[in-house]
Design a binder for this molecule. Structure first.
Ligand code: C5P
Length: 313
């Protein structure tokens, strides 16, 4: 049910006849009959079989029903005959199929997105983390896929299904997220993750015991992934998120400058975490845009449109 299109190549005379008569006689015809997605058939058969009125009538029936018939080519056949019925070349089929889809606004671009919280180990069973649900990051990833981008989603631990058609990298700690982000070149980098700013200097090898009345954890700073990506020589278009509890605009503008990024999205941390809706405002060096309250999916789509408009053409 996740498919965008079914292409049957090669489509034999027998398969075409079965499909024309809606006969689910085997797995292939059953899948095609049960599918709600478009079906394309690349016929391949002997030239005499191709020319038979029965075959041609079946093809007319299928075309009238909206199935896509790709080819066939003419030429030498496996049986030694010469004529129509050769399967189109795989590259021709790929191009024809690609042409059936609308190209989205991010077609041809590679987008890397970080999402969710990170977990910073204290010992093998305890960690420091935050309330990020990953919903916004996952919504941005889905919207980018829908816009035609090749998407890499680097995610901390969340309770969400990774979107199909994305390269999915599961991480736990900020350091792992940092590593994965640096290994993935892209055209647009969107840091939605709520990366822990600090981690315990030393994660204990064994579970810590409650022996003393108090205990102290020494925390060290995590690398700022977004700042580092934005500092690269050939850097992608960099987008950050600023979850704030006060002075939204001032804090967002400060982060835009200090991280040297292209765009920052400010939201109210307490209102947003684990919600399906959000209230956000975007700031960039020359302007700002307030978004009407909407679902995170809707906002993600509008956000990508803004990114596309702000990117150098
Ligand atoms: O400075 P602050 O953590 O508020 O900045 C938030 C933005 O920076 C988010 O886009 C977040 O994904 C990114 N960030 C990061 N690495 C960190 C901390 C934040 O990429 N260590």
């Amino acid at each position: 049910r996740w498919d965008d299109l079914i292409m049957v190549a090669p489509g034999s005379a027998k398969f075409i006849a079965h499909i024309a008569h809606a006969e689910a006689t085997d797995l292939l015809t059953t899948v095609c009959l049960a599918a709600t997605s478009p079906v394309a058939i690349a016929p391949a058969m002997n030239q005499a079989m191709w020319s038979k009125p029965g075959t041609q009538e079946n093809l007319d029936t299928l075309k009238a029903r909206g199935l896509h018939i790709l080819g066939p080519a003419e030429g030498e056949q496996a049986c030694g005959d010469i004529g129509p019925g050769r399967l189109l070349e795989p590259t021709e089929l790929a191009e024809l199929v690609a042409g059936m889809f609308e190209t989205g606004i991010l077609a041809g671009l590679k987008v890397t997105i970080t999402a969710g919280p990170t977990r910073e180990a204290i010992d093998p069973v305890r960690f420091i983390s935050n309330h990020s649900s990953g919903k916004m990051g996952y919504a941005v990833a889905q919207a980018a896929i829908d816009a035609g981008a090749r998407v890499t989603l680097i995610s901390g631990p969340v309770n969400l299904q990774p979107p199909p058609h994305a390269t999915f990298i599961q991480v736990e700690s900020a350091e792992q997220m940092h590593q994965a982000a640096l290994e993935n070149n892209c055209d647009i980098f969107i840091g939605v993750a709520a990366v822990a700013d600090y981690r315990p200097q030393q994660a204990a090898d064994n579970k810590l015991k409650k022996s003393s009345a108090d205990m102290q954890l020494v925390l060290v700073k995590n690398p700022d992934i977004l700042t580092e990506i934005a500092g690269q020589k050939a850097r992608p278009f960099c987008v950050g998120f600023a979850a704030e509890t006060e002075n939204l605009e001032h804090n967002a503008m400060t982060k835009l400058r200090s991280k040297n990024i292209d765009l920052i999205i400010a939201n109210h941390a307490t209102d947003t975490f684990n919600q399906d809706e959000a209230l956000i405002c975007a700031y960039w060096p020359e302007g700002k845009k307030e978004f009407a309250a909407a679902s995170k999916s809707q906002l993600a789509r509008e956000l990508l449109r803004l990114i596309k408009d702000l990117m150098p053409h």
